[in-house]
Design a protein around this ligand. Structure first.
Ligand code: ZN
Length: 297
């Protein structure tokens, strides 16, 4: 197994770990912040290098034949080009030097530093959070359950159980999405026992039923209410009618193992770029961040 550090903190992009296993061009680490492909979110990419102070040949120095043991040498640094989770998280390595045709992976026991492509991760986190908003509003306002989703670093789509979205629907969806972004709603994640989640959360939203029975503890990603108070005082004292979101129910809670931004404002402007029929009673909605849509600023 690999300790999946990105579940507890999805903002870290540089970390240290120890090589557990090396299999040709793939390595398993004891812990990782690299996100493996899953849940509609692509894997991270980046680099792995031998940590400073690690000997090039297992620790001994001074036989005169070693190349300089500096961390920039090509045999001490690799590109991480794929990350997949199976029994553990596997990182596929490629040589930094594109002319090299084989990769010699770091030996088990080696301390390495992982460096995640932060821009690509950031884009995935923004799209993934936008997807949660879209799923929540389609359920709330169209009674349309999400049946699938796939995001990339410059566009995304979501499938929903719905007959047909009109142009007017799509315009309304885009407006609502950007209102939710503008609300600056906090986004946080926490672990919850599966039984408690099934008993207390709306299972249409959490999509718990889609998870394997073997998963006993869920990671809940929550998009908060507007102006949610950090600590409730138990009372309902504000009494001002519409502005009284303090202590209100969160906008959305979904079981999800992906990465997200910390506030809906971090997503930025969203454009609904189109729709298509995905089969009977299933619609695909395409969307992108405004900066990724040609002609949009
Ligand atoms: Zn998610």
């Amino acid at each position: 197994m690999t300790e999946e550090l990105y579940l507890a903190d999805d903002t870290v992009t540089t970390f240290e770990a120890t090589v557990d296993r090396a299999l040709d061009d793939r390595v398993v680490l004891d812990r990782t912040h690299f996100y493996p492909a899953g849940g509609g979110q692509p894997h991270d990419t980046g680099a792995l290098r031998v940590a400073d102070g690690e000997g090039a040949d297992g620790g001994d120095v001074g036989d005169g034949n070693d190349v300089a043991a500096d961390g920039d040498a090509d045999d001490r640094r690799w590109r991480v080009v794929d990350v997949q989770k199976k029994d553990a998280v596997y990182h596929t390595l490629e040589p930094v030097d594109p002319s090299a045709d084989t990769v010699s992976s770091p030996e088990p026991g080696t301390t390495v530093v992982g460096e995640i492509d932060a821009a690509r991760r950031r884009a995935h986190s923004r799209y993934h959070t936008a997807q949660h908003l879209l799923s929540a509003l389609l359920l709330a306002e169209f009674d349309a359950k999400t049946t699938g989703n796939q995001l990339y670093d410059d566009h995304a789509h979501l499938d929903a159980a719905y007959d047909r979205f009109t142009d007017g629907d799509l315009a309304r969806i885009e407006t609502r999405l950007n209102e939710l972004v503008g609300d600056e709603r906090p986004v946080r994640s926490y672990a919850m026992d599966r039984g408690e989640a099934e008993a207390t959360l709306d299972t249409d939203r959490t999509r718990i039923d889609l998870l394997p029975d073997s998963i006993a503890e869920l990671r809940i990603v929550e998009i908060g209410a507007v102006g949610r108070a950090e600590v409730g005082d138990g009372g309902d004292a504000d009494g001002d009618g519409d502005g009284g979101d303090s202590g209100a129910e969160p906008y959305d809670r979904t079981a999800c193992a992906g990465t997200h931004v910390g506030n809906t404002a971090d997503i930025g402007e969203i454009i609904v770029t189109g729709r298509e029929t995905k089969g009977s009673d299933e619609e695909r909605v395409r969307f992108a961040l405004a900066e990724h849509v040609a002609g949009e600023e």
